[in-house]
Write a protein that binds this ligand. Structure first.
Ligand code: SF4
Length: 211
């Protein structure tokens, strides 16, 4: 690579960095606070990000196990069951959050949400949006798609009595597939490969199969 190419690459990297910086959410402001419907004494609230987030919502959807992440492609909304509460993200930047102790905790939760959004923004600018196939596969995946590639010894080493139980818990986001030590054994390498191929890179990570 000659000096001109190196200089060009540096300029491109700098431009990419600036683009990411410009697209990040800087502020999320609380708009409305109401009593929580499920936990007495707690609040629920809505807040507004300082930019639209529609293009990166599907990336956030793919970051979590299907049992914790519900994407509505028709409306472009995403409801997450994380941080011990329900969080709904809307394409225009509106965010609704339940089950929060007070405004201080609301601020802490919004910081975490901002982190999630900005991480997805960076991924989007680096790699583009996920394919429709990846999104559809994540919406369709069932515990049997996982179970069929598990060792089926029901040895209990994962902390669950059966392979079926681990498959279900992983799908719900209550367990990670890395809890199965047998999947790391050479004997089950083909199963692990099949599982990864079937799940695709996003679900593989979301379900904890980083082996
Ligand atoms: S450790 Fe693996 S093989 Fe053993 S029960 Fe759990 S999922 Fe099945």
């Amino acid at each position: 690579m000659n000096e001109i190419d190196i200089f060009k690459k540096m300029l491109e990297a700098e431009e990419r960095r600036k683009r990411i910086e410009r697209s990040l959410v800087k502020r999320i402001e609380i708009r409305e606070v109401l009593p929580c419907l499920t936990t007495p004494g707690y609040i629920r609230f809505t807040a507004m990000a300082d930019r639209e987030i529609g293009e990166i919502i599907s990336l956030i959807f793919l970051k979590f196990p299907p049992g914790r992440s519900h994407y509505n492609p028709a409306e472009g909304t995403l409801t997450l069951n994380i941080y011990n509460r329900m969080i709904t993200l809307h394409p225009d930047g509106m965010i609704a959050v339940t089950n929060t102790r007070d405004l201080q905790e609301a601020g802490e939760v919004l910081e975490k949400i901002k982190g999630l959004i900005n991480e997805a923004c960076s991924t989007y600018l680096r790699s583009g949006p996920p394919s429709e196939d990846a999104v559809e596969a994540a919406m369709r995946v069932s515990w049997t798609d996982i179970y069929r590639h598990l060792p089926k010894t029901n040895c209990g080493e994962c902390g669950y009595p059966t392979c079926q139980a681990l498959a279900l818990k992983a799908l719900l986001g209550d367990a990670r597939l890395s809890q199965c030590p047998k999947l790391r054994e050479a004997e089950y390498l083909p199963s692990r490969r099949e599982l990864k191929r079937g799940l695709g890179p996003f679900l593989t990570k979301a379900l904890g199969l980083e082996l």
